[in-house]
Design a protein around this ligand. Structure first.
Ligand code: FMN
Length: 437
């Protein structure tokens, strides 16, 4: 059996699946249920400083995007950090950590960007026995307008400064949670590293308006006739999160910095993809809010079965394995040539591949042959773009097939050479550089 035990910056958990800081981790009742269901760790819902608790809206807090089957694809929220009293949270955290010593319990914190505020809260958190802290520099709404959350996360100098204070005032490992609402994710990651962070976690939610109520002309969710931008998460954000994780994992300036991957993780496969792109573990929010805590059981068994099948003994065998294959565009092999192939037995003759190719791409698919509907790829026109695969409603009906080495592409007259531009030894590849040193 594959060993799923996780050691993330010295924080141990029985598996790499943590719940992200959000409503599922807002109180002991939920966290106890989560641990019973099998979650390896939790990042407690973000704590604010001592004082009157924050006040949330009492109307709808969430908006959503659904697929045609009503499956939730994207979730948008206008919630703030915890609206429970700081000391109630701290008391519950201490109790939960005592009850579940083998699980990871991380405190997420967001206080004003002043040294005194951080200095005051850190010993209180440390006293709970929490395994680490996560600095919430991510929330895009409500708190950022007050100079916290993504307002800090968008200014690398502030990140570095706050991380430095935290490293100075606590012995707990520091995980810096990054906002995706920024042009170049490497900049805040580098700043966090310069401040001495033990790890980064990403992504927090993405600024968004999920839809507009056209009867009232107001953004959803609408609270008393008005709406506000909120934070977007769930399956729809996974591609953005994966790219940001990979950008940090392959940046020579942050190479080796531990990453906790977050964003749209719903299945074991999603998690494995984050791990392969360099995440040391993963955090989940929307999937738990959509399907309940027991979803972790499928994540654990799925990851474990796949690892067994592939002969991966532990997480170290997979973490970062895809990073060397993430390349800048200019190093892609232009002499690698693939063509679409339509499985005539699987084809349902809907014609979607034809119309997409004919109207918008390369006119490389037949429609009528001898007066009969027949969809077939013409190799001399096909550029291998993959659009037909993307729009085909039948899985695996259209596949991309690489031409063998040495063969001639009928369209370009080029000879196929799959060994061109070997990224594994390219000087821009941090792993290759490290191996060479
Ligand atoms: C309702 C809601 C509340 C959230 N509150 C917090 C929070 O207090 N602190 C924080 O760091 N992230 C918060 N998040 C962001 C999540 O921790 C996570 O980064 C994000 O949802 C992406 O993961 P997912 O796609 O698995 O949901 C919240 C997300 C949701 C949906």
């Amino acid at each position: 059996m594959a060993d799923l035990r996780n050691n993330f910056v010295g924080i141990k958990s029985p598996n790499p699946f943590w719940l992200a800081s959000a409503p599922p981790t807002d109180k002991a009742y939920n966290v106890e249920r989560a641990f019973k269901a099998g979650w390896g760790g939790v990042v407690w819902k973000t704590l604010g400083e001592e004082g009157p608790p924050v006040v949330n809206v009492n109307g709808p807090r969430y908006g959503a995007i659904w697929g045609a089957d009503r499956r939730l694809l994207g979730l948008n929220n206008i919630e703030l950090i915890t609206d429970r009293d700081l000391f109630t949270n701290l008391r519950e955290m201490k109790q939960v950590k005592m009850n579940w010593p083998d699980r990871a319990l991380i405190a997420s914190i967001m206080v004003p960007c002043e040294e005194e505020s951080w200095k005051a809260i850190l010993p209180l958190v440390e006293e709970t026995g929490a395994d680490g802290i996560e600095l919430n520099f991510g929330c895009p709404h409500g708190m950022s307008e007050r100079g916290m959350g993504s307002a800090v996360g968008q200014v690398p100098e502030y990140i570095e400064m706050v991380v430095r204070w935290c490293k100075q005032y606590t012995r707990m490992p520091v995980i810096t949670k990054l906002t995706p609402n920024i042009t170049d994710i490497r900049k805040p990651a580098r700043a966090a590293k310069a401040g001495g962070t033990d790890a980064v976690s990403l992504i927090n939610t993405i600024n968004s308006i999920v839809s507009v109520d056209l009867d009232n002309f107001a953004p959803n969710p609408t609270v008393g006739g008005k709406g506000s931008h909120g934070g977007y998460c769930g399956p729809a954000v996974k591609p953005i999160a994966l790219n940001m994780v990979a950008e940090i994992a392959r940046d020579p300036e942050t190479y080796g910095l531990p990453i906790s991957g977050i964003g749209g993780i719903t299945t074991w496969r999603d998690a494995a993809e984050f791990l392969a792109l360099g995440a040391g573990n993963v955090q989940v929010c929307t999937a738990a809010m959509t399907y309940g805590f027991k979803i972790v059981q499928e994540m654990i068994s799925g990851l474990s079965d796949w690892m067994d099948e592939k002969g991966h003994r532990n997480l170290d065998d997979i973490v970062g394995r895809a990073v060397p294959n993430v390349s800048d565009w200019q190093y892609l092999n232009l002499n690698y040539i693939a063509k679409a192939k339509i499985d005539q037995d699987a084809c349902i003759k809907c014609g979607r591949c034809y119309i997409a190719c004919e109207d918008t791409s390369h006119q490389a698919i037949t429609n009528m042959v001898d007066g009969v509907r027949h969809f077939e790829v013409m190799d001399e026109e096909c550029v291998g773009c993959n659009l037909c695969v993307s729009v085909c409603p039948v899985e695996n009906c259209i596949t991309m097939e690489a031409l063998p080495a040495g063969s001639l592409d009928k369209r370009t007259g080029k000879t196929v050479d799959p060994n061109y531009a070997n990224w594994t030894t390219h000087p821009n590849n941090p792993m290759a550089r490290q191996a060479a040193e």
